[in-house]
Ligand binder design. Structure first.
Ligand SMILES: Nc1ncnc2c1ncn2[C@@H]1O[C@H](COP(=O)(O)OP(=O)(O)OP(=O)(O)O)[C@@H](O)[C@H]1O
Length: 368
């Protein structure tokens, strides 16, 4: 019972999208590939790394530890002119339309053997090319929609009128190549245009694909620094990854990988950072269940109420929901055991309207 939210991996040709996708999915489980004619994207399911699971396992000694999962989609090369329907452009744009958030891979490496990658990286120019294409595609969507809205607004439709005004504002920004996510107001405005699935409204994470030589100290790469600065200005996050190296690490056993990382002076694979940042990008949080049979992480959207969250485990538990008995992960760890947390009074009983928090360790009481 996973949420079907997906993060799409995009970027210019040969920037390392597939390498990153393979590294991500090899580190995780089951890669299902829907390749047909080379234009269907690959979808991969990935375990979300969560150190809290190991800590809970040390406390509960469960038979089984189950991480939660998330989905990535490898959306193949989007070149210049894609928004004009050049080549396979429209198909690619429709794949992007289906995902809930995007990772933009930006080339910050040089590789003489790779087409388009033999020259000095120019990450800002690359970001600009892709951004322009996405903005143009959104302009087209808004223009099409405006025709219908005008008719509806003439008929006195207030909502259509509001959407029309918003569309005009968004279009003006898009013409300056400013993504919708940077100019749209709060939830009310987002709701007005939600159905349009605007590409530049999707949350974005920049992944700077750096040279192996920069992996131990990414900030030494001027290219990564440029991406980071751009991301900060755009209110987004940037993570440096050497996709080629990560793909190699993903081939190793856990022990080998740990030894390799410490040799490189790295504390964790950058992939873990990418997965966690993507999870956050989708607005997802984790609640935990812990017992002797199983310690497990579950995914819900931020803002989910207790009764709905219970339904993640089983529809019966949602239907017969009585109460959620829960303790915040940090409180549980501070107490040292569940019964100690109870003694300290940090275990609470919450009703169905309770809004679940990341790291809640929960036992649902139900009756069917
Ligand atoms: N950090 C890196 N350093 C050096 N070479 C890299 C790095 N990352 C990827 N490469 C190499 O760049 C080439 C292109 O990578 P990849 O096929 O993953 O790109 P892509 O963006 O998926 O391409 P396409 O647009 O064809 O889908 C591969 O040969 C890969 O090994």
């Amino acid at each position: 019972m996973s949420t079907n939210l997906e993060v799409g991996i995009l970027g210019l040709p040969n920037v390392g999208k597939t390498t990153l996708f393979n590294a991500l999915t090899k580190a995780g489980v089951a890669v299902s590939s829907f390749v047909s004619g080379g234009i269907e994207p690959n979808v991969g399911v990935v375990d979300v790394p969560d150190p809290r699971l190991a800590a809970l396992a040390a406390m509960y000694k469960p038979k089984k530890i189950t991480p939660t999962k998330m989905q990535f989609v490898d959306i193949a090369g989007l070149g210049q002119g894609a928004s004009k329907g050049a080549g396979l452009g429209n198909k690619f744009l429709s794949h992007i339309r289906q995902v809930d958030a995007v990772i933009e891979v930006v080339r910050c490496f040089t590789d003489p053997g790779v087409m388009n990658a033999d020259s000095e990286p120019n990450p800002l120019a690359d970001i600009d090319i892709l951004n322009t294409e996405l903005c143009l595609a959104d302009i087209e969507t808004l223009e099409k929609r405006a025709e219908r809205l005008q008719k509806m607004a003439k008929g006195g439709d207030k909502r259509a009128q509001a959407e029309l005004e918003l569309a005009a504002r968004l279009k003006a920004s898009l013409e300056e190549i400013i993504p919708v996510r940077q100019v749209i107001g709060g939830e009310d405005e987002i709701a007005l245009v939600r159905e349009l699935n605007l590409l530049t409204l999707k949350p974005i994470l920049y992944v700077a694909n750096i040279n192996e030589a920069d992996a131990a100290d990414p900030d030494a790469s001027p290219y990564f620094r440029a991406v980071k600065e751009h991301a900060a200005k755009a209110g987004a996050e940037a993570i440096a990854v050497c996709a080629k190296l990560e793909a190699e690490i993903a081939e190793l056993s856990d022990e080998e990988a740990a030894a390799f990382l410490s040799e490189m002076g790295l504390s964790e694979a950058s992939l873990d950072k990418v997965i966690r940042a993507s999870y956050k990008l989708l607005g997802l949080i984790t609640f935990l269940t812990a017992g002797e049979p199983e310690v497990r992480a579950w995914t819900i959207s931020r803002g989910t109420k207790a009764q709905k969250a219970a339904g993640k485990i089983h529809s019966d538990i949602e239907r017969g929901f009585i109460r959620a008995e829960l303790v915040a992960y940090n409180d549980l760890m501070a107490a040292g055991s569940y019964s100690a947390a109870k003694d300290k009074g940090t275990v609470r009983l919450e009703g169905k309207e309770y809004i679940m928090q990341d790291g809640d360790v929960v036992h649902f009481r139900f009756n069917v």
